[in-house]
Design a protein around this ligand. Sequence first.
Ligand code: NAD
Length: 369
Amino acid sequence: MPLFKSLSQTANVAERTKRILYTLQKSLDVHIKPYNKPLTRRGHAQLTKPPDQGLFLVTGGAGFVGSHLVDALMNQGTEVKVLDNLSNGSLGNIQKWLHHKHFQFIEGDLLNKKDVAESAKNCSVICHLAANPEVKLSSVAPDVHFEQNIIATYNLLEVARQSNAAESLVFTSSSTVYGDAEEIPTPETAPLEPISVYGASKLASEALISAYAHTYGFKARTYRLANVIGARSKHGIIYDFIHKLKENPHELEILGDGTQAKSYIHIDDCVKAMLIGQKAAEKAVEVFNLGSEDWVDVKTIATAVAEEMGLRNVVFHFTGGVDGGRGWKGDVKYMLLSTTKLKALGWKPKLNSTQAVRAAARSTINELG
Ligand code: NAD
C-alpha cells in the first residue's frame, strides 16, 4: 500500500516536519525554513513539447545547488522545468528565468505523486536534487530524512518508470555514504558504511536509483558530493558562522573540537563537474566522487570567515563535541574524496578548499548585507 495516499496525508507529514524543524531550529541553530504552505502549482511558462536536445526536470531547482545547475543548463540553451516546494529554496534563486520561454517552475512536493507526475511529463533528463540536506537533523529526527530523501526519491523513480520519457537521471548523493572511511582520499570503491541517517538515506536512494536504472532502462549518474559552498547556500558551516558572528562579532561557538577536517568544493566547480560527468559517462549506472583535492579544518574555516568579515580578536568557544570531537552524533570527522574518476574526464576544480571557503564567505557576507 502506498505510504502517502492523499493530499491530506502529505499535508500531515508536512505539518509534522514543520513542527520538528521548528523545535530543532530553536535547539540546534539549524537554519532551515519549514514547509508550511498548502500544495500549489505555479507555471510561469508552458513547455508543451520536448525540445530536440531533451527537456530537463530539476527537482530542488530553487535551492542552492539546484539553482546554480539551472543557471548552467539555461545558459547552454537547455529547456528546464523545476519542481520545488520552496521549503528551503526560494523563487529569488531562479528569478531571472521565471518568465523565460524555455523555463517552467512548478511549486509542488515530491511527496505528492500528482505534483511529481505533472513535473516529469515529457522530461528526458531528470536531475534529482530535492532533499533535506541538513545532516545534523539525523540524530534527532531520522524520519525527516527517511521521508524527504528516500520516499521522495522512490516517488520520483515510480513516476519516471511509468512515464517512459526519462532517458537519464542525475542524483546528488553525498560523501556521508562512506561514513568514517579508512582510506583517504576515499575512492568510489570504498566500503559504504554511513554513520548518519542522512548518509543512509542517500545510500538507500542510490540503491533504488541503480535498481530502477537497470530494470527500467535509463542511465543514472550519481555524484557523491563533498561539502558544496558558495552563493545562495542557506545551510552549512559558513552560513552558520556568519549568522552567529553577525549576532555577536566578539565570540563564536564552534561545534566539536575544531579539528574536524573536510573537503569543500565551490559551487561553480561542482556544477561544471556535473555537466561533464553527465555527458561523458557510458555505463548504465555511474557513480562519481565530487570534491576538491584537499581539506580544511573547522578552526581554520572559523578564522577565515572572521577575517573575511573584517573581524579581529574573535574568541572561539569549542563545544568539545561528541565521540572524539565531532560536531554532533553522526558527523564524519575527516572527509576527503578521491576524484580521480572525474578528473579522468577532463574536470579539475579551480579552487582548493581554503580558496572555496573564502570565496563562499564573501558571497554569503554580501548576500546577508
Ligand atoms: P537546498 O536545501 O538548498 O536545496 C534543496 C531544495 O529541495 C530546496 O529548494 C527545497 O525547497 C527543495 N525540496 C526539499 N524537499 C522537497 C520536496 N519534498 N519536494 C520538492 N522540493 C523539495 O540544498 P542543497 O545544498 O542545494 O542540496 C542539493 C542536493 O545536494 C541535496 O540532495 C543534498 O542532499 C545534496 N548535497 C548537498 C551538499 C552540500 O554541501 N550542499 C553536500 C552533499 C549532498
